[in-house]
Ligand binder design. Structure first.
Ligand SMILES: [Zn+2]
Length: 371
């Protein structure tokens, strides 16, 4: 496979978890529209995501849970048992029209990516990255866990050593549930300290193969660069992965409504640039991200970088129109969006001092032996 491949689907367009849910905003459809407006997504690089069959989902999820998801989609009702047993129908994980099909499509894309990457290459599935999903229950807006399914798929197709790197604002608790203690999997999660789900503390090594980096509120680009160069890149290099799975949650940037970090999208892009070429296989997944402009701009830039495109200083009119067409109802950030959210992809870098808390995290983990 020579060219990077983009896995997408129209199911994400117009799909919403409900009027007041953070996942009411468009995300993947923006990335598809914007990459096309820029001329970066020819049909030859686009794959329509398959929907995972229940049998394929069994690689991580229980039969009972998969059946419940299908039934709830059909009836559009969660019973008291569904709520108690699988957290379906809660405020966090509500019933919505595509409650099975949408996550199963994201999962189908990630499972396909695992298969295609057996031969090597680069794949982007921005709808993927549902890193909180648990075997028998929904968790943190994630009904299924496509990163775990992607990694199981890689293994199934003969790819053994996997480095999973996650810079979403939240800890990758579901991926840890799937791969904690696996000596041929390196788990690295950088996330906001004390934020939900509050797991992924500095002392937690998930059975010996995880580096968890809780970073303080206000974490800036300089700190992320320090973490990357001092800890992440040396660890990935010495692990010598056959594949890298990179989850670039857009909720770690300053404008996100759910977290309190102060990164710019340069932090994500520079992490990607550094990881490119460190393994013969790369799967890039989306993740969180609840400001429709930050998500669209960040994830579009990811695809540009994977393809060696120059990030334009100013978007062409067709691209600007995609961003001007977005709205963010019910959030103050949607009232007066600054002009650069419409006219550019790249944020101004947000540099700053490296806090003692970040230095301490890196120093502590730098010495930690792994499996
Ligand atoms: Zn998140």
């Amino acid at each position: 496979m020579q060219q990077p491949m983009f896995i997408g689907h129209e199911i994400y367009r117009g799909s919403s978890y409900g009027r007041w849910h953070p996942l009411r905003v468009p995300r993947v459809s923006t990335v598809m529209d914007l990459t096309r407006a820029l001329g970066w997504l020819p049909d030859t690089q686009f794959i329509t995501s398959p929907r995972a069959k229940p049998k394929a989902l069994r690689a991580f999820h229980t039969d009972e849970y998969i059946a419940a998801l299908q039934r709830v989609e059909h009836s559009q009702t969660a019973t008291a048992h569904d709520l108690a047993r699988h957290d379906l129908g809660s405020v966090t994980n509500p019933v919505f029209p595509e409650i099975f099909r949408r996550p199963a499509t994201a999962a189908g894309g990630s499972i396909l990516a695992g298969e295609m990457l057996a031969k090597g290459g680069v794949i982007y599935n921005p709808a993927g990255g549902t890193h909180h999903g648990m075997p028998d229950r929904a968790n943190g807006f994630c009904y299924l866990n496509d990163p775990v399914l992607a990694m199981r798929s890689l293994r199934h197709h003969g790819v053994q050593r996997i480095a999973y790197i996650d810079i979403d604002a939240h800890h990758a608790d579901g991926v840890e549930a799937g791969f904690g203690g696996d000596p041929e999997c390196l788990l690295i999660s950088v996330h906001e300290a004390r934020l939900w789900p509050r797991t992924g503390t500095l002392g937690n090594d998930a059975g010996g193969n995880a580096l968890n980096l809780p970073v303080p509120r206000g974490c800036n680009d300089t700190e992320m660069a320090y973490i990357r160069d001092t800890l992440i890149l040396p660890r990935v290099a010495s692990f010598r992965p056959d594949a890298i799975v990179f989850l670039c949650g857009a909720d770690a940037v300053e404008e996100d409504p759910l977290s309190h970090l102060a990164l710019s999208n340069n932090a994500h892009w520079d992490m990607l640039r550094a990881l490119l070429g460190m393994a013969p296989r790369l799967l890039v997944l989306g993740g969180g991200g609840y400001n429709p402009w930050s998500v669209g701009r960040l994830w579009t830039g990811i695809w540009g970088i994977l393809n060696g495109q120059q990030i334009p200083d100013q978007l062409p009119v067709a691209g600007e129109n995609v961003l001007r067409g977005l709205s963010f109802d019910g959030n103050k950030r949607g009232r007066n969006p600054p002009d650069h959210w419409f006219t550019t992809l790249q944020d101004t870098p947000r540099e700053g001092v490296i806090s003692d808390e970040v230095k301490n995290v890196v120093q502590t983990l730098g010495h930690r032996p792994l499996l």
